[in-house]
Design a protein around this ligand. Structure first.
Ligand SMILES: [Zn+2]
Ligand SMILES: [Zn+2]
Length: 222
């Protein structure tokens, strides 16, 4: 097997890694939805990956990474997060914009560049969206924002990778200061509206539950 896999396969590995990190089940249909690809295209690529021993399918058609698949997925996730960190913190590209650029860069980074860049950046532990680097994890007491109760003070830890595909949405979160490291109070939950209201100083943010459930937080003291 050749060491260098195609960009498409790297994209699949990265997505599988991210989906698993988000606690989702790894199915061909989920990949097709997220990649906006047709089912036959996804199946063809998955077959190639099975042949190359990067994944296995169990009898419930769930995808599992093999040891080699796991290693390569960690490698591409590391490159992706590192590229985002560099673009945001060194080049000053806004955090809501770096994902799409990193998606291009990640495939072009040689092992030497990755090593040197990681050292140059002093081995960051998360990407600018709070996603932990492979080998690191979110705090144990992390939960998704939609689970937070009224009156609770929370600190944003991670905006799930899935939301990064929508720069428009990230920009709204940015203007509302819903950014990793920021603290907000949950003012109210409106189950009939499927939304919740956060407050930080004078500013309020209204978030629908389907966005809040992809934002990971920890409870903090007032
Ligand atoms: Zn990203
Ligand atoms: Zn990210």
């Amino acid at each position: 097997m050749s060491e260098k896999h195609s960009i498409v396969i790297e994209e699949y590995l990265l997505l599988l890694y991210q989906l698993r990190g988000a606690g989702e089940r790894l199915k061909a249909v989920t990949l097709a939805q997220r990649l906006k690809s047709s089912a036959p295209t996804v199946h063809a690529t998955l077959q190639r990956m099975q042949r190359d021993e990067l994944i296995q399918m169990d009898d419930k058609k769930e995808i599992n990474l093999t040891r080699e698949g796991e290693r390569l997925a960690c490698d591409i996730a590391f490159r992706h997060n590192l590229a985002e960190y560099f673009l945001c913190n060194t080049l000053g590209i806004p955090w809501y914009e770096v994902h799409k650029h990193a998606h291009q860069l990640e495939h072009a980074m040689t092992p030497t560049v990755v090593d040197k860049l990681a050292a140059f950046l002093n081995y960051p532990e998360t990407c600018p969206h709070g996603t932990p680097m492979p080998g690191h994890s979110l705090p144990e007491d992390c939960f998704t924002l939609d689970q937070a109760e009224e009156g609770m003070m929370v600190e944003i830890m991670m905006i799930a990778e899935e939301l990064e595909d929508s720069e428009e949405l990230l920009k709204i979160l940015h203007t509302q200061q819903v950014i990793p490291g920021q603290k907000h109070q949950v003012i109210s939950r409106a189950d009939v509206m499927s939304s919740m209201t956060l407050q930080q100083e004078e500013q309020q943010a209204i978030l629908p539950f389907h966005v809040a459930d992809k934002i990971h937080v920890v409870q903090v003291e007032d």
